[in-house]
Design a protein around this ligand. Structure first.
Ligand SMILES: [Zn+2]
Length: 361
């Protein structure tokens, strides 16, 4: 068996044990070991973690039930991503001579893409649908990655025409990973349906498709990581709008593009990287009309269609680039109280032909 591994170091502490006096599920995993002998082959902390995850799933379910959005815990599909988490007790997880020691499994040949420093707390082993194994290791250590302070700040408007428009005037292309590989995906999907169910060839075709999906996911993650790290390095304060992606996806024409853009993942990356590098993320409220407000004079339009990429303010006659105007508004909104930022002149910003899709309030 070939094992590919990558190691991700997270900062922070996560605790396996639940606090005292807290309600927990009554049935402990050990009870099932009589009925299912194979459970004895698995290390007990892995089982303990599964139980904690299940408890969390139930908690989420009941919490959401109150808000009217229930999601009952589902069984995992055995063909999607599989993973388990185990904790380090008495050095049960360690790295020796380039090998990773895991409880009950022993030493595993591992390719480390970065050095693991700090005290190992836990390890999560996952298998992607294309059959590759990864491990991510949680360690605890002093955070020594805080960057030197800068007085630069930026407002970001996330969109579909451009993935991001910065208040500095910079526009970042939307890589549209899914669209780019869509044809090949369809081709592979069709190949599966032509193969006999349960047959070996069908499984081969399934793995081919899974590999292609993984390739798209990798390209997307690479793009998001590069951009979020760049923004965090360059700016002390990053201002965003609060996105309600679920609501936006109700627009069926845009749903696929929106999920491909992975804004939530991007915002999440910015947030945790801000913590590591000592930066700040600020968010404008959901209902702030960032696109419809003139960033020069504050005049508010009653209506601005999605396809309108440029508009002229009736009050002060300023010609606005839709996304740039929004990003400046977001920056100013998050800094209300501080000095207002004047947007760069539209003439300085690279102009592009108006496109049909975009997003904004
Ligand atoms: Zn105006």
């Amino acid at each position: 068996m070939r094992r590919h591994s990558a190691v991700v170091v997270f900062y922070g502490i996560r605790c396996c044990q639940t606090k005292k006096n807290k309600k927990t599920l009554k049935t402990l995993p050990a009870r099932y070991k009589v009925e299912f002998e194979w459970l004895k082959e698995i290390d007990s902390l892995a089982l303990c973690n599964v139980q904690l995850h299940l408890e969390q799933a139930y908690k989420n379910y009941f919490r959401k039930l109150k808000n009217g959005e229930s999601a009952f815990p589902k069984f995992h599909s055995k063909h999607s991503k599989q993973s388990y988490t185990t904790n380090n007790i008495n050095n049960s997880i360690r790295i020796e001579n380039g090998l990773l020691k895991l409880p009950k499994i022993g030493f595993v040949k591992t390719i480390f893409h970065r050095e693991v420093s700090g005290k190992i707390k836990s390890a999560t082993i996952s298998k992607t649908p294309d059959g590759k194994y990864y491990v991510s290791i949680l360690t605890e250590q002093e955070n020594d990655r805080v960057l030197q302070k800068t007085d630069k700040q930026v407002g970001i408007d996330l969109g579909l025409t451009h993935f991001a428009t910065l208040s500095s005037g910079e526009k970042i292309e939307n890589p549209k990973h899914y669209r780019r590989y869509e044809e090949k995906l369809k081709f592979l999907q069709r190949a599966i349906s032509r193969k006999q169910k349960g047959g070996r060839n069908r499984n081969k075709a399934r793995i081919k498709l899974a590999k292609h999906h993984q390739k798209i996911a990798n390209a997307r993650n690479d793009f998001l990581h590069n951009l979020s790290t760049k923004l965090i390095r360059e700016n002390q304060i990053i201002c965003l709008e609060t996105l309600n992606v679920q609501n936006m996806q109700k627009n069926h024409h845009l749903a696929k593009s929106i999920s491909d853009a992975s804004w939530s993942k991007f915002v999440n990356m910015l947030e945790y990287k801000a913590q590591i590098y000592g930066r700040e993320i600020r968010k404008a409220d959901t209902f702030f009309p960032s696109s419809k407000t003139c960033s020069y004079c504050g005049h508010k339009l009653t209506k601005l269609e999605l396809k309108t990429r440029e508009w002229k303010c009736q009050n002060c006659n300023t010609l606005h680039d839709r996304d740039l105007n929004a990003s400046v508004n977001i920056l100013n909104r998050c800094n209300s109280g501080d000095s207002l930022v004047i947007p760069p002149a539209l003439a300085d910003v690279a102009q592009e032909a108006p496109a049909s899709s975009g997003w904004g309030s």
